[in-house]
Write a protein that binds this ligand. Structure first.
Ligand SMILES: Nc1ncnc2c1ncn2[C@@H]1O[C@H](COP(=O)(O)OP(=O)(O)OP(=O)(O)O)[C@@H](O)[C@H]1O
Length: 704
């Protein structure tokens, strides 16, 4: 990894050096946090430092880098902010975009490198099998040395008896080389089977391991990562990239190993037969190697681009399919098809370039190899005519040359696969190695006997990592005593859901702190916090494509059937579930499409309730429902809220009138606070919100 340490200048470089050192090894969010914490740089300065736009599309730009190096070298005094921002900007476009928040998605995908260390670490547990396979391939190679020579012996016997005749003597003389050949062929078949089978098993195991590690790494990433990444892109890495990598691994090692073994074996055999002819042939090998290296690096780059574009096309398709109802509702089918077609065309275009390169490489290799056979025939014929070699030797030489030719052709075919596999592997390793800035587990757990549920937001300032320039909450303060209900209201986009997301610790605050029972949630075990302490019900709960029972049990995997049913009863869900022909075994379909909005919501309430959380977050939990369903769901929510700390985020003010306290948010700042009755008489923001809502309800009623 490229480091900036050498650019450090004590006078003005501390920020850059620090940023560079940390940043090159850690994810951006961690780096920014560390810079802020350790260098006491505030958010605004940091934004200023990092807001320069990207300078190039791939990697850092050399002239720019040299310029900075020069500037630092002669001690030019630049403002720390500018230098740091510029260096960061000139170093790596994707990362810069991450910092500046500009065009993040497009530029995130840059030139991932294949992690050989990781690759060998994956192979290490299978080392004995691999060694056995390599040994098998080497045995095949050794056997190959003898085959052309034995074939030559048979030809020599044939040539001798073609002139003199005598079938009995012929059988006698040909018997030994033929038996030896049969033995060698059978042994070769056995060893070939052995090493191909072993490699295939190892390939499967490595690919499975890789898939699991990738999935685990994705699952551990912070929510900001998912804000940036498209689902289709992630699915593509889990499926087609792993598949490409697996195929390349299996093919390259099994066929590649065999081909290399054959080349070594037959090469040795060639030297034994006629060193003179062999040296003549070897003259063309450097040309093949140079062409292969130059074309190879070009093709690898093309392959990576093609794969990245294919992933983009998949994510466009995936998005349209998973949101098909919205697409249909807006009659956007043809536009979606057009968009998908464009992305596929682009991928196909890049693949055609790749195909052109691979074709050129293979055609060139074939031409060289055929030239090699012709040269052998010509030179060999000349040597036979001079009686320097026998016809049998020429035959042996041709067989060995042909085997080498076949193996080299095979290798050139494999080359394309290898290029694709390396590209795919690099993309997979990129995410496996990605460190999450927020751990999923680890940290304190509040003991059960202490009072859990007292929540405090202390001077919280926060901007989403993908949009660092837009501060969503500014010096936000809120205290929710244990067992009380607090509602947050305000017009759309003012940061209500952000408050809930911070309490769930989906994101870490930029300044200030969020505490639960007096403990900063950054010190708490996030998995314990979300799994045991907080229940979250939002506007559109997502159910998994399994039974109602399994969906509710998702809240507490160890819950018994009776516990699940108890939770469903409390959530007013038991009755409608029992009315389904298959009761709790009813399948809800993908994302719960086979149940109504109100039913889905009540299943989600039961699911959250099963955890028995001390804090409940209701993020517009009833706003997607009609009046009747809302009433039923509200009753369920009132049931489950008893004895818990509840944070309600609501659009419909009628649902929060009974809250112990109502907080009005405006532009990320608390502008009013109090009970419904108190705020109503204040005639301020809350009163205005009530009036606006009443007006819009009257208008909708009038419109029928
Ligand atoms: N994941 C995200 N990444 C970047 N910006 C976001 C993200 N989520 C929300 N925002 C932005 O943060 C601001 C506050 O959003 P938030 O969802 O908290 O508002 P809200 O008050 O809950 O709105 P609504 O009532 O419409 O749900 C908005 O400007 C929004 O565009």
């Amino acid at each position: 990894m490229w480091r900036f340490s050498k650019l450090y200048q004590p006078t003005n470089g501390i920020f850059c050096r620090y940023a560079a050192d940390v940043w090159c090894n850690k994810p951006l969010a961690t780096t920014l946090r560390l810079i802020k914490e350790h260098l006491k740089v505030d958010t605004q300065t940091l934004h200023h430092c990092t807001k320069r736009p990207p300078l190039s599309v791939n990697g850092y730009r050399k002239p720019r880098y040299l310029l900075y190096k020069l500037c630092f070298g002669v001690g030019t005094v630049w403002g720390v902010k500018t230098c740091a921002g510029s260096i960061l900007a000139s170093c790596h476009t994707s990362q810069t975009s991450r910092i500046s928040g500009l065009k993040f998605e497009e530029n995130f995908e840059v030139d991932p490198k294949f992690d050989w260390n990781k690759f060998f670490a994956l192979l290490w547990p299978h080392i004995y099998y691999l060694l056995a396979a390599i040994a098998g391939a080497l045995v095949v190679a050794v056997l190959n040395i003898e085959i052309p020579r034995l074939l030559g012996s048979v030809i020599n016997v044939v040539a001798k008896f073609a002139q003199n005749g005598g079938s009995a003597l012929f059988r006698e003389q040909v018997k030994l080389p033929v038996f030896r050949l049969v033995f060698l062929y059978v042994s070769q078949a056995c060893f070939t089977f052995m090493y191909i089978y072993i490699l295939s098993c190892v390939g499967e195991k490595v690919a499975t391991q890789l898939k699991q590690e990738l999935f685990e790494s994705i699952m551990k990433q912070d929510i900001a990562f998912f804000d940036r990444q498209r689902t289709g892109e992630l699915v593509n890495r889990l499926t087609s990239d792993i598949q490409d990598f697996k195929s390349a691994f299996k093919l390259c090692i099994s066929q590649g190993l065999r081909s290399i073994a054959q080349i070594i074996g037959c090469g040795a055999s060639l030297f034994l037969i006629s060193p003179q002819m062999t040296w003549t042939m070897l003259l063309i090998v450097p040309t093949v190697i140079v062409t292969g290296t130059v074309l190879g690096s070009m093709l690898r780059k093309l392959s990576r681009d093609a794969q990245a574009q294919a992933a983009k096309a998949t994510s466009v398709g995936e998005e349209a399919i998973s949101n098909v109802r919205t697409v249909r509702a807006f009659a956007m089918e043809s536009q979606e098809c057009e968009l998908f077609r464009q992305q596929c065309d682009e991928a196909s275009h890049l693949n055609q370039h790749l195909g052109f390169g691979i074709g050129l490489f293979q055609a060139g290799t074939n031409l060289f190899l055929n030239g090699m056979v012709l040269a052998t025939l010509y030179l060999g014929g000349y040597l036979v005519s001079n009686r320097q070699v026998s016809p049998g030797d020429l035959m042996s030489f041709l067989v060995a040359t042909q085997t080498i030719q076949r193996s080299l052709t095979q290798l050139s075919l494999l080359f394309g696969q290898m290029v694709k596999g390396l590209g795919a592997g690099a993309r997979v390793f990129e995410f496996i190695n990605l460190e999450s800035s927020m751990p999923v587990t680890g940290g304190k757990k509040i003991p059960h006997h202490s009072l859990i549920g007292d929540v405090s937001f202390n001077d919280v300032t926060f901007a989403y990592p993908t949009r660092p320039q837009q501060v969503v909450l500014k010096n936000f303060n809120l205290h929710i005593p244990a067992g009380k209900t607090v509602a947050i209201v305000g017009s759309s986009g003012n940061g209500k859901s952000t408050v809930a997301a911070l309490l769930e610790r989906f994101y870490d605050v930029d300044e200030g702190s969020v505490t639960v029972s007096g403990v900063d949630i950054r010190e708490l075990d996030p998995s314990w916090l979300r799994g045991n302490c907080i229940g979250f019900i939002n506007q559109e709960p997502v159910l998994f494509a399994s039974s109602v029972m399994e969906n509710i049990r998702y809240g507490k995997p160890s819950a018994s059937d009776s516990e699940v049913i108890e939770a469903a009863k409390l959530a007013n869900a038991d009755e409608f579930i029992q009315n389904f022909p298959e009761g709790y075994s009813t399948l809800v379909g993908e994302r719960g499409v086979t149940v109504s909005g109100g039913q889905k919501q009540r299943i989600a309430i039961a699911r959250a309730l099963l955890k028995n959380p001390s804090i409940l977050i209701l993020d517009e939990a009833t706003s997607a429902l009609d009046a009747e369903s809302e009433k039923i769901v509200q009753t369920s929510l009132d049931n489950v809220s008893k004895g818990r700390t509840v944070l309600v985020i609501a659009h419909r003010l009628s649902t929060v009138q009974n809250a112990d306290m109502i907080v009005v948010l405006h532009n990320g700042v608390v502008v009013e606070m109090g009970t419904h009755d108190f705020l109503k008489v204040q005639r301020g923001f809350y009163w205005n919100l009530i009036r606006q809502q009443e007006m819009s309800e009257n208008i909708s009623r009038a419109l029928g």
